[in-house]
Ligand binder design. Structure first.
Ligand SMILES: NC(=O)C1=CN([C@@H]2O[C@H](COP(=O)(O)OP(=O)(O)OC[C@H]3O[C@@H](n4cnc5c(N)ncnc54)[C@H](OP(=O)(O)O)[C@@H]3O)[C@@H](O)[C@H]2O)C=CC1
Ligand SMILES: O=C1OC[C@@H](O)[C@H](O)[C@H]1O
Length: 381
């Protein structure tokens, strides 16, 4: 019962932070490119509990959408119509650009934002290709600006606790990683409709671009290993663009230090039973096999709502951990992965040392791995 009450309390605080400090006079001013669905959860709500972040501007191609979004989220400056994204970049009062545009536009608008002298919080995946990602990383470095690909889950204390257990050596050497992230196809189209940006090739669609980034980054993070090769990859095409867009992907990866990994991702798992009418449960699991036992990490992508870390040393009793905060470090148990990520991002922009920070070539590796999966599956990058 106490667990259920704690869960509801966290969920309530996730959408409505209990701590909304007065903003600092010189707080960082963020501008959002596009009235994207993800921006409220990934930035606007987390910003409410950060004294050093103001959501100052939004740009949307559609005037009504722009004004409605700005009103709903209390954003003072609104740009709309043709050229609105560039107008936001030209706004001298904007310090940081949040780029949640469709994947295929990440490169263009991040390069433009960096050239306009803005720091960039960039939605995943960073770009269309690893060559583009490399150019973005190089430009940010040259300009002395912060560029972060929003791989938010790795900022959460639960993810870091799992890594700590692996690195402690308690269970010996890591041998195998299995990672699933899959959502059901629902008759109502509750998750993704067929015209979603995720299914459009020209906009950088495909499940490996969209969801693949999570298992692939997790495999890299927990193994601390580079990719040797994608041994096999099998795609299931999206019905309207079978040859170019993957709705689901299964891949088997061989890594350095003899670690092997499997990933399964799906943007719309068909239901089961008569006429596939019974929806499947969403999947979001990590399973790690080590020489001396296993670790299961359930819900590694949205751990704030609920997660569990199950450690099973061979021949010994299983134990379960749940980690909603750092023993020493920033955070509250209701902080979302996005809030932990924002904390680190602001620390970096302010020239302080964040609790954690990815290596600067992470977005490049990310795209190399995505490219390798597509190549192995015989699909165009
Ligand atoms: N970190 C996370 O947990 C998540 C990350 N994402 C990432 O965020 C990004 C956006 O996803 P999501 O919010 O679901 O997408 P949406 O479709 O809701 O938003 C994308 C925005 O891009 C703008 N846009 C510009 N050009 C186009 C175009 N040709 N077609 C469609 N939209 C266009 C639109 O803004 P406007 O019309 O207002 O100008 C639109 O609102 C993706 O990169 C995705 O991978 C998504 C979900 C979760
Ligand atoms: O967190 C997520 O879940 C569903 C995906 O389609 C989305 O883009 C991703 O970031």
């Amino acid at each position: 019962m106490a667990g259920i009450l704690a869960l509801f309390s966290r969920l309530q605080k996730l959408s409505s932070p209990p701590d909304t400090p007065t903003k600092l006079p010189n707080a960082l001013r963020f501008g959002i490119l596009g009235a994207a669905r993800i921006a409220p959860n990934a930035l606007v709500i987390p910003a409410a509990s950060h004294a050093d972040v103001v959501i100052a501007a939004v740009a949307s191609r559609d005037e009504r959408k722009a004004k409605g979004y700005a009103k709903k989220h209390k954003i003072a400056a609104v740009y709309y119509g043709t050229g609105c994204y560039q107008q936001l970049l030209d706004d001298p009062t904007v310090d940081v650009v949040y780029n949640p545009l469709p994947n295929g536009l990440h490169y263009e608008w991040t390069i433009k934002a960096l050239n306009a002298g803005k720091h960039v919080l960039l939605e995943k995946p960073a770009a269309n290709t690893s060559a583009e990602a490399q150019q973005m990383v190089n430009l940010a470095e040259k300009k002395g600006l912060v560029l972060l690909e929003a791989v938010h889950w790795s900022f959460h204390p639960a993810a870091q606790r799992v890594k700590e257990i692996i690195d402690s050596g308690e269970l010996g050497k890591l041998k195998n990683i299995n990672s699933d992230f899959a959502l059901p196809k629902l008759p109502s189209g509750l998750f993704f409709l067929e015209d979603d940006v995720r299914f459009q090739f020209e906009l950088g669609g495909g499940v490996t671009m969209d969801m693949g980034v999570y298992p692939l980054s997790a495999i890299r993070y927990f193994s601390s290993s580079n990719l040797v090769t994608v041994a096999t990859a099998t795609a299931e095409g999206f019905s309207r663009d079978l040859e170019r867009i993957d709705r689901a992907m299964r891949a088997h990866l061989l890594l350095e230090s003899s670690v092997e990994a499997d990933m399964f991702i799906d943007l719309g798992m068909p239901g089961w039973g008569p006429f596939h009418l019974i929806p499947r449960m969403p999947k979001c699991n990590l399973h790690l096999a080590l020489e001396g036992g296993t670790i299961g990490f359930f819900n590694f992508i949205m751990p704030t709502a609920y997660h569990s870390i199950t450690i099973e040393p061979r021949g010994q009793e299983r134990r379960t951990e749940k980690v909603y905060g750092f023993e020493e470090g920033p955070g509250q148990e209701w902080w979302s992965t996005y809030r932990y990520q924002l904390e680190a991002f602001v620390e970096k922009v302010r020239g302080r040392t964040p609790q954690t920070w990815p290596a600067s070539d992470e977005p490049v590796k990310q795209m190399q791995w995505v490219e390798s999966v597509y190549a192995a599956a015989g699909l165009p990058a």
